[in-house]
Write a protein that binds this ligand. Structure first.
Ligand code: NAP
Length: 306
């Protein structure tokens, strides 16, 4: 089986050893005749000239395996007719759990108010986690893992998803219950994909449904939140905060108002990385399934866009 590593060149050195170790029976290539490849391992940024990859000449390919969980940059490619699978990887989920629980605890404990400046600020201790409502928007692979971790810390967690698919031990609200999901969210964790339905979902009207002083943690996609509406909402609520890992334009442009805002924390799309050590075995498993004609794992639904 011949596999094209269709990813930006700097990723080759990082991925090739892990992929070769995970599937030694396959021939991993950096280039060659498209008609000769049985599958592609894809990451955004390929080809490096900025054009969209033309999948049409890959006539033999039985699988396009994305190294990214978010597939918005490839799922709309009209030349892509081959099955597309997204990345679901235990390392990715663990990274997202660590990122979201870390920032959620910072908000919950009010760490930013505890700066050591020589002033003894007596007063109330923060509530225990059980006194704090957390909502997770998006209860997929990542949202479920984060919701379970936050519930494990004692937070009052509810999830929200398109289908409201049940998750054992957690309350999951569906589609129309978004106002209810926002109303209870002292901490709002956003782990939604970028689709036509999720774009600008958090507009001025919906942001206004959050309780005063809420913290938004967005590690899904930047298109979810209307930037201007977020700035306006933070302007009205001096205790509110946003931790943003993802943006409409990445890298976030130097003059963007998010950089200088005292209650916006910018992180550079680092919440969860796909790490070769844990992800290469996942890729190998799917390549073997493709080779044997078995059902593929983590197949993207083109109509839903995720
Ligand atoms: P996933 O398993 O596909 O889950 C997506 C979740 O979003 C599902 O629960 C889905 O609902 C829900 N959803 C989709 N459209 C919706 C809508 N219109 N209304 C309500 N809910 C909707 O995805 P995942 O693996 O958890 O990843 C989530 C996203 O995280 C990725 O798409 C990617 O953009 C982002 N991400 C970011 C980083 C980072 O470093 N910042 C790293 C990895 C991934 P159903 O359950 O009903 O289908």
């Amino acid at each position: 089986m011949r596999i094209l590593f269709a990813a930006p060149a700097p990723l080759w050195d990082e991925w090739a050893p892990a992929l070769r170790a995970a599937c030694p029976e396959m021939e991993l290539c950096r280039d060659g005749d498209p008609a000769g490849f049985d599958a592609l391992i894809y990451a955004p940024g390929y080809p490096q000239d900025g054009t969209a990859l033309d999948f049409a000449p890959f006539t033999r390919a039985r699988l396009v395996q994305s190294l990214w969980a978010g597939v918005e940059r490839i799922v709309t490619n009209p030349t892509l007719t081959q099955p597309l699978c997204r990345m679901v990887d235990p390392g990715l989920a663990q990274g997202m759990v660590e990122y979201c629980t870390g920032w959620a605890l910072r908000a919950h404990l009010g760490m930013d108010r505890q700066l050591q400046d020589g002033i003894w600020r007596g007063g109330q201790a923060p509530p225990l986690a059980a006194g704090r409502g957390v909502t997770v928007l998006g209860m997929g692979e990542l949202g479920r893992a984060v919701a379970a971790a936050l519930a494990g810390l004692g937070f009052r967690v509810a999830g929200w998803s398109r289908s409201g698919r049940p998750v054992p031990g957690l309350q999951v609200l569906a589609g129309d219950a978004l106002p209810q999901a926002l109303n209870r969210a002292e901490i709002l964790v956003c782990l939604l994909p970028d689709t036509a339905e999720t774009r600008d979902l958090l507009d001025a009207e919906r942001l206004a449904l959050l309780p005063p002083g809420a913290t938004i943690i967005n590690a899904g996609r930047g298109t979810l939140i209307d930037d201007a509406a977020l700035l306006a909402a933070l302007g009205r609520d001096p205790a509110a905060h946003a931790v943003l890992d993802v943006f409409r334009t990445e890298p976030l442009p130097p003059g963007h108002p998010f950089w200088a805002h005292p209650r916006i924390t910018v992180t550079p799309h680092v919440a969860a990385a796909t790490r070769p050590a844990s992800a290469a075995p996942v890729v190998a498993r799917n390549l073997r399934r493709a080779m044997r004609g078995e059902p593929l794992l983590h197949l993207v639904d083109r109509t839903r866009g995720y």
